[in-house]
Design a protein around this ligand. Structure first.
Ligand code: HEM
Length: 469
């Protein structure tokens, strides 16, 4: 199957393989990919352009960062692109959930859970966000008094997990920070540090890897069990009941326990880590740019007074939204994701053969100097409506696009605006002098490569209207 792309040059232009780096025999470009994947991908764009071909062992992978070509793959010709081999790694933990599945199975599941993520459902999410954030900020009062710095990402991970769990599953999950870290590190190691000898050993041997897999399963199974039990006791959340009622459109059968388990794990993992990472980088960007912080504080004082945000007032926080969007540009939590070409295709004059892989990287596209002036500089005004209109749409895609657009986008943007404004109402955050803000060599989400500690100082409000909460 050969389809023309909207980027396509006139038909007379010969279709050529995309340019790319020469690699070693057999290994291809695995060396630089494994050393620091994010840097390698940024370098590829700089050195070879917007459509680049690389070899990762036996796999041929095309990095696509031209906005029209990105739209071609995600939207216009999306039916030619499946999840691909690289997404299979996720199945080890997530099974066949929304993120990893394809075709009719995916369509049925997406349709079943979608109502919990529509705008109409967000009214019920907002009070949970306010409540959970207020609880966290109360603990911060105590921490601020002791003067001890806090682990910012750890705090955000716990907050987004609690918020998600209460909002979607009506369940209070209270994992320890230690457990959360074990979970995240374990998931990364099991899914991505492949090709080691320990992988070949039987699963019952108590190797370090097998112990990690067992620990991940233990934590996840406990959460799934708790959600199911809470459903039978108190009616459960909207999403739990949608899953319980869901039927397979072909067989008419209710979802199996395994289907429910995989979808719960997918939504927990896809939903809380991403939002926590986005909160982390937004707060760090504000701490690094006092002028932006001042502007944001002034807006929240004007719009909210001392009251917590709600589903309506949050829409008036324009500058806050721009700060968040700029942070998602510079530090997109899902910084790269794959597709597998089902049929032959042509993108931007280059061939994408059937069976090869495509990698879309918001991190790379969002720093493409062709569309972003001084791409490494933090500037929220890039997201003023007039500036947005001047850019091709897919120059910016932190939530993906097309039919596989992030199902939780509305929820994430609601949470982000509410939590950032509530934190800013009560605290000034400053980085400790030794804070290392490198994102290192990320594997799944764009976490900092080391814990980043911040100091808290209670903040007094500038003058502004006091709005009843
Ligand atoms: C700032 C926060 C978030 C970011 C940056 C983000 C990013 C993304 C991206 C880029 C994709 C598309 C991946 C692809 O096409 O291969 C995606 C898909 C997905 N996201 Fe999010 N996400 C966020 C928050 C959430 C939340 C809050 C939830 C749920 C509570 C969620 C659940 C999902 C699911 C289930 C998918 C798969 C959707 C499908 O293929 O049908 N995400 N997300």
């Amino acid at each position: 199957m050969t389809r023309d792309t909207k980027t396509a040059q006139p038909n007379r232009t010969p279709v050529t393989p995309a340019p790319g780096p020469r690699g070693l025999p057999l290994l291809g470009n695995l060396g630089p990919w494994q050393r620091n994947t994010a840097q390698f991908l940024l370098d590829l764009q700089r050195d070879y352009g917007d459509i680049v071909r690389m070899k990762l062992g036996p796999l041929t992978v095309h990095q696509v960062s031209d906005p029209i070509a990105v739209r071609h793959i995600l939207v216009d010709n999306n039916q030619n692109y499946g999840r691909g081999l690289l997404y299979d790694q996720f199945k080890l933990v997530m099974g066949e959930g929304l993120l990893t599945s394809d075709g009719d199975f995916w369509r049925g599941h997406r349709r079943a859970v979608q109502p919990a993520f529509l705008k109409s459902a967000m009214g019920a999410v907002a009070p949970n966000v306010v409540q959970a954030t207020a609880e966290m900020l109360d603990t911060w009062e105590v921490k601020a008094r002791t003067g001890k710095p806090i682990d910012l990402l750890g705090e955000m991970l716990r907050l987004t997990l609690v918020t998600l769990s209460r909002s979607l599953f009506d369940h209070d999950v209270k994992p320890s920070t230690q457990e959360l870290k074990q979970l995240a590190d374990g998931v990364v190691e099991v899914m991505f540090k492949r090709g080691t000898v320990s992988e070949l050993l039987p699963s019952w041997l108590p190797t370090a890897r097998n112990k990690k897999i067992a620990r991940i399963d233990e934590i996840l199974e406990r959460v799934v069990r708790e959600v199911r039990d809470s459903h039978t006791v108190s009616g459960g959340g909207f999403l739990t009941s949608l899953m319980k009622q869901a039927v397979d459109p072909v067989t008419g059968e209710h979802w199996t326990d395994r289907e429910i388990r995989d979808e719960l794990v997918t939504i927990y993992l896809a939903g809380h880590e991403t939002t926590a990472v986005a909160l982390f980088w937004t707060l760090v960007s504000l701490a690094e740019h006092p002028w932006a912080k001042e502007e944001l504080n002034s807006e929240i004082d004007q719009v909210l007074g001392g009251a917590p945000p709600n589903i309506e007032t949050v829409d008036s926080l324009d500058y806050t939204r721009m700060v968040i969007e700029e942070s998602l540009r510079l530090y997109p939590p899902i910084w790269a994701y794959p597709r597998g070409a089902l049929g032959d295709d042509t993108v931007g004059g280059h061939s994408i053969p059937a069976g090869s892989n495509v990698l879309l990287s918001p991190l790379v596209s969002h720093r493409n100097p062709r569309y972003w002036e001084n791409p490494d500089t933090f500037n929220p005004l890039r997201f003023a409506p007039a500036a947005v209109r001047k850019r091709p749409r897919m120059a910016y895609f932190p939530f993906g696009g097309g039919p596989r657009l992030c199902v939780g986008q509305l929820m994430a943007m609601l949470e982000l605006r509410m939590i950032i404004s509530m934190i800013s109402q009560r605290f000034e955050l400053s980085l400790t002098p030794d804070a290392d803000l490198a994102y290192g060599a990320p594997l799944i989400s764009l976490r900092p490569h080391q814990d980043v500690m911040v100091r808290l100082r209670p903040r007094t409000r500038t003058a502004g209207p006091v709005i009843a909460g």
